[in-house]
Design a binder for this molecule. Structure first.
Ligand code: GTR
Length: 333
């Protein structure tokens, strides 16, 4: 059929107007937040994800990881992601409990035996359940990273039984559960941001702290508190998340590719992590750090009993579901 010129003109004009109205894709840098220095396994995983952003958008966008909390303190990350001030992050559970109550379950002491058993659950229905809750809080979960096994360390002696905790000043993050945990052990909890711990140890404002081996080494805490006891009180994940605002700048196909890239970056991170943990202990032994086993976990766990009570009586059905999935996982061992 031939289009008569008089009809074609308005149609062409409309199409031209539409083309002009469609905004061109503005190339931009997606900003990634990390509490850690470059070279740490978390940042290595994030850098893989950043490279995927450039690849998936065929170079239309770039992504960069800003280390050492340069983009703000850990407690503000979820808000900054939701507002679009930062685009993606790998973060621990600090500050999330208030916004996503079900995540508190993951931050409870002695909840998981080790990372392998934790990931067996997080890579299944438990992870999906929590991802759904995170989405309601304005972020998309792209991968579960390893936060490792956390242990206590002290400037001059082992903390290998509950009696040793009496009146000791111990740094913890700003999470309520962790403050309560240390207080229940009989110590004084000193909540501080991660980057302030070295100075606090140096100035004697704290006698010790708790962290996984890679962070104990990367922060230099081992130089000031060289007695490290395997209390294994926390096994936690960290999360690679992207704010919904940033997420919506990608097409559906790009989102699919980024979900895969996020998951792959997490698997890579977990491998790096295991290697790093193995090497760190050997390196620190040479530096003079003394490692101790816990004499008896029983009395410690008993002291923490009341911490779990709010969980048993939790009102929100998602926390109950999360807890049931973890208990069911324990039963399967
Ligand atoms: C690190 C962890 C951070 C944060 C930090 C701290 O090992 O990766 O997410 O929890 O410890 O103790 O504040």
């Amino acid at each position: 059929m031939r289009i008569r010129p008089r009809r074609a003109v308005p149609w062409l004009l409309a199409a031209a107007a539409l083309l002009q109205a469609a905004p061109p894709v503005q190339a931009r840098e997606f900003k990634g937040w990390s509490v850690h220095a470059d070279g740490y396994p978390v940042n290595q995983g994030m850098q893989r994800f950043a490279a995927a952003v450039a690849a998936v958008t065929k170079g239309a966008h770039t992504a960069r990881v800003y280390p050492d909390s340069e983009l703000g303190p850990q407690g503000q990350v979820l808000d900054k992601l939701a507002s679009g001030e930062i685009d993606f992050a790998v973060t621990g559970l600090v500050g999330y409990g208030e916004k996503v109550p079900a995540l508190r379950v993951l931050g409870m002491p002695y909840m998981f035996h080790d990372s392998a058993r934790m990931f067996a659950l997080l890579d299944g229905p438990l992870g999906e359940l929590l991802a759904g809750e995170l989405e309601k809080a304005g972020v998309i979960l792209l991968g579960w990273y390893d936060g490792g096994t956390r242990n206590f360390y002290h400037r001059s002696r082992p903390l290998d039984s509950v009696h040793e905790f009496k009146d000791v000043k111990l740094r913890v993050g700003t999470t309520r559960t962790h403050i309560d945990m240390v207080e229940r052990m009989g110590a004084h909890a000193v909540p501080l941001p991660f980057k302030d711990v070295y100075r606090a140890l140096e100035e004697g404002r704290v006698d010790g702290a708790e962290n996984n081996l890679p962070s104990y080494e990367s922060t230099g805490h081992y130089k000031l508190a060289p007695h490290y006891t395997f209390t294994r009180h926390l096994v936690t994940p960290e999360m690679l998340v992207i704010g919904k605002k940033a997420w919506n700048e990608f097409t559906k196909e790009q989102q699919q590719a980024l979900l895969l890239a996020g998951r792959q970056s997490a698997l890579h991170m977990r491998e790096e992590w295991n290697r790093r943990v193995r090497e760190t202990q050997a390196r620190l032994e040479k530096e003079g750090v003394k490692f101790y086993d816990c004499k008896d976990y029983g009395p410690m766990v008993r002291r923490l009993k009341s911490l779990y009570e709010p969980l048993w009586s939790a009102k929100d059905s998602v926390s109950v579901q999360a807890l049931s999935l973890i208990l069911a996982g324990m039963a399967q061992r």
